[in-house]
Structures are given as C-alpha cells and as structure tokens.
Ligand binder design. Sequence first.
Ligand code: DGY
Length: 332
Amino acid sequence: MPKVFVTRRIPEVGPQKLRRQSGWEVAQWDRDEVIPRDTLLQSVRGCDAILSLLTERIDAELLEAAGPQLQVVANLAVGFDNFVVPEMSRRGVIGTNTPDVLTDTTADLAFALMMATARMLPQAQKYVLDGKWTTWEPLGFLGQDIHHATLGLIGLGRIGAAVARRGAGFDMKVIYYDAYRRQDLEQQFGYQYRDSLETVLGEADFVSLHTPLTDETRHLMNAQRLAMMKPTAILINTSRGPVVDPQALYQALKAGTIWAAGLDVTEPEPLPVGDPLLTLHNCLVVPHIASASVNTRNAMSELAADNIINVLSGRAPKTPVNREVVEQKGLR
Ligand code: DGY
C-alpha cells in the first residue's frame, strides 16, 4: 500500500486527490507551522512519496530516514534549493517542483513591489493612519515614475519574462542579463540583452531578480554590485533571500546610494522584528507571498499531488527537476 506524507497543512485540493487514490495511506503534518525536524524524520519513515515545502531540507539524512522505497519528493514551490538534488538522484529519488502555475501570480507581486516602493505606498498609508494628512502637499511623497523607466531583469526565465510583459504594458524599456540569451523574446517584444549583469545594474531604474539560489548566485547582489545601481534605482527581490547580501543592502539603503528595495524574500527568513532592514523607511518587506493567491496555491497543491500520483502509478511526473532519474526508471 503506497504511503505518502504531506509535511504541512496546504490547500486541500492536493491532499484530497491523494486520499482519493484507492488503497493509499496519506498522512499529514496537519498544522500551519513548520514541522520540527525530528518529527519529520520519524514521519517520513517507510514512505513512498513526500509532499514537501521549501522549509524542509531534503538531504541525505532525510532520504536515509525515509528508506529505500522512497520514489518521489514533490515540492510545493517552483524553487527547489531545499533539495540536495545529487543526493536524491544518486538514490533514484525523483524530485518535482511547481513551475508555470505560479508564474503570473509571482510576476504580479514583483510588479506590486515595484509600484509600492516607487510610489511610497506603505509610507503614505501610514501617514494617513497616523492622522498626519492635513492638506494636499506639493512636496509630499514624491516617488519615482514606473512608466517609461528602464526595467532591468536579472534572469529572463518564466517569471522574469512575465515581469517583462508587465513592464512593456507600462511603456518601460526592458533590458536583461541571463546566461541563456532569449533572442526569440528580443525579436518578438523588443527586450534588449546586455552582456553583463553589471551593465544592467548601471542602466536600470528597477532591478528585479529572477535567478535561482545556487552557489554562484548566493550574495550576487553584494556591496560592489549594489554600488553600481543608480541612486534613484529600486531593487526588487522575489527570488530567494540569500541572492542579496542583507548587510550590504542595509548600507546602500541607509546611505541612499539606491532609492528603495522591495523584498518578498529575505536572509534570514523569516526576518526577525528588529532586523536593521526593518528600521528603514525605504525598505518594503513582505513575508514570502509571491505565489499567494487562492487559485495559484490551489494549482500548486494539485500539481504537487499529480506529480506524486504519476510516479507512484508508474508514469512520468509532469514537472521533474531531475529528469535523468525519470529516464533511468523508464517512466513515460
Ligand atoms: C516558490 O515557488 O519557489 C516560491 O518561493 C514559493 O511560492
């Protein structure tokens, strides 16, 4: 009888679909909080599949605790830096993620952060709530324009390209740097490629990060690179917190060498109350909510469940991250 463990309370559509599989035993950490590591290690014992979150590290220890019958770990996220992929592949465990279904929702949030930081919306709302709005102010809340500004994308994958489309709708000039050049999108939409990250940083009014977290991208935005941005420029991060060096960002925002930052992700995460970044008026932080819409979280839950159902039924998962293991197993 296949055994599945779901590591958190998530939108019901996925767990329900798993429970409808006849003869499957589906257990769940049914709380809205991160499962303690030792409980996780006990809970996955003997499982054929795990539906995990980005808060669970899927490493040798966990794979060992699960045992040799584990076939698939389905992440409820497009990012999978919580997977130690070589270790999973070595043991023949398929990893899956949830791309595509969250692309537009994540791009919407990146754009919302651009607009909120550029036009100082959190500060303006606080001003109203504090009872300080007494007159129309010709010098109050003077922000940066989004329309006709230059949007610099670091990464033009699915989400980067969706942010680019939004930028084009605001008459922005879209420039990008990516290791994989997208001449198709350049020709179709007029996006302009730059052959280095640094060139994008020097030209852009908005820099939006769309790169996975790897050893190469950890602290990609360090003091030196932040110093290349314009003093009027805004940094947006909806990728992973550690792509930005938080101390360097604090210094840049405090000194005003960049204008503002909008962060959906931070290092560490959650960011503790009292963190220096939270003391700054020009740093907007939201709690990793880029994919948080009802429809998208339902779709993520369903896709993660479908990936498990496919693998445990002898079919290829829809969205594997280590395709070579799918091929080794001859799944189609
Ligand atoms: C992801 O999918 O990687 C996000 O960070 C969570 O939606």
